[in-house]
Design a binder for this molecule. Structure first.
Ligand code: TYM
Length: 327
């Protein structure tokens, strides 16, 4: 029996190369090894207020981008979180078992809430319980995510262990899988901050659907430092981040990349990087145009995905309800 993979992505902002490098390309590459479920998490998206029309179109865009990145609906279930109501129901039950103190320690909550101040919703605080419900509903073994989501998956593990301790073996205890390279791609405008969908600065992120001239411009303007040598040095976060992007797109080794750019400056390296990213994204962008050009295809994939996910979620929720004395 193959191990079960579950992971999710929010239908907000513009999906960028950080999401691709840190998460979705691994989801696609490892499809044959695992039994896969990928979820477009619209309930998570509304923890911060969204334009209702935007969410609907973003769900289709994200789905199109997952399929364009190589996720095959014959091999993987792809569905929208709110189409399977068990996610909300299990999240409520888990709420009653997860201590406030655990939630208060989540760094993502601290970061997001410090930006929002008094607008912070209870949902934003509770976000990890819903994420735990997503994962635990499907007897998930492995959760492939970028570095920023590791803490949430660890909270999910703790919640599962706590619940199992009280009620017996109800949940499979999942583990996070973090890529060795590229699990934390940084912003191009500020390499000390994670590349983020919600950041609005124009040169912050390269979106997967950015046209070649925009990619070129963003990379040429990326923040570096006053040094000149093109070497992997974590103490120089700007060039280190750009080199990491180069490495993940080409698959080349550090020393070969450094040798290639020995004696050359940042300008030459940035030009080469822009070329590599433009050519690396070209097939994905072409597939995206094809997929989204086929009327009704994405809706069909999502409807079939929800139909496959639902019975699995139903089975786990029923087990949990019985254990705690509901229903
Ligand atoms: P989201 O939508 O922010 O991001 C989707 C995936 O992309 C990864 N990622 C990055 N990887 C490398 N560098 C970056 N700069 C970068 N930014 C984002 C994220 O780690 C993630 O893997 N809470 C999740 C969605 C979610 C989920 C789940 C994930 C909901 N339920 C259950 C796993 C399992 C989120 O907001 O991801």
């Amino acid at each position: 029996m193959k191990k079960r993979v579950f992971s999710g992505i929010q239908p907000t902002g513009n999906i960028h190369i950080g999401n691709y490098i840190g998460a979705t390309r691994h989801w696609a590459a490892d499809q044959d090894i695992y039994d896969n479920i990928f979820c477009i998490v619209d309930l998570h998206a509304i923890t911060i207020q969204q334009d209702p029309k935007q969410i609907k179109s973003k769900i289709r865009e994200v789905t199109g981008l997952l399929l364009a990145a190589g996720i095959d609906p014959q091999k993987s279930i792809v569905f929208v979180q709110s189409h399977v109501h068990e996610h909300s129901e299990l999240a409520w039950i888990l709420n009653c078992f997860i201590p406030m103190g655990w939630m208060g320690r989540m760094t993502q909550y601290k970061e997001k809430s410090s930006k929002q101040k008094e607008q912070v919703s209870v949902g934003l605080f509770d976000y990890p319980a819903l994420m735990a419900a997503d994962i635990l509903l499907y007897d998930t073994d492995v959760v492939p995510v970028g570095e920023d989501q590791k803490q949430h998956v660890e909270l999910t593990r703790d919640a599962a262990l706590r619940f199992n301790n009280i009620y017996g073996d109800i949940f499979t205890v999942p583990e996070p899988r973090i890529a060795e390279i590229g699990a934390r791609i940084m912003g191009l405008d500020d390499p000390t901050k994670k590349m983020s969908k919600s950041e609005e600065a124009p040169n912050h992120a390269i979106a997967l659907l950015d046209p070649p001239d925009v990619i070129q411009k963003k990379i040429m303007r990326a923040t570096t430092d006053s040094e000149t040598t093109v070497v992997f040095d974590e103490k120089r976060p700007g060039i280190y981040n750009l080199l990491t992007i180069y490495k993940t797109f080409t698959g080349e080794k550090d020393k070969d990349i450094e040798a290639k750019f020995a004696g050359k400056g940042y300008g030459d390296f940035k030009k080469a990087l822009a070329e590599v990213v433009i050519e690396g994204l070209r097939p994905l962008q072409e597939r995206y145009q094809k997929i989204t050009g086929e009327a009704g295809y994405i809706d069909k994939v999502l409807a079939e995905g929800a139909a496959k996910a639902h019975p699995l979620a139903q089975k786990t929720l029923a087990k949990v309800q019985k254990a705690v004395g509901l229903g």
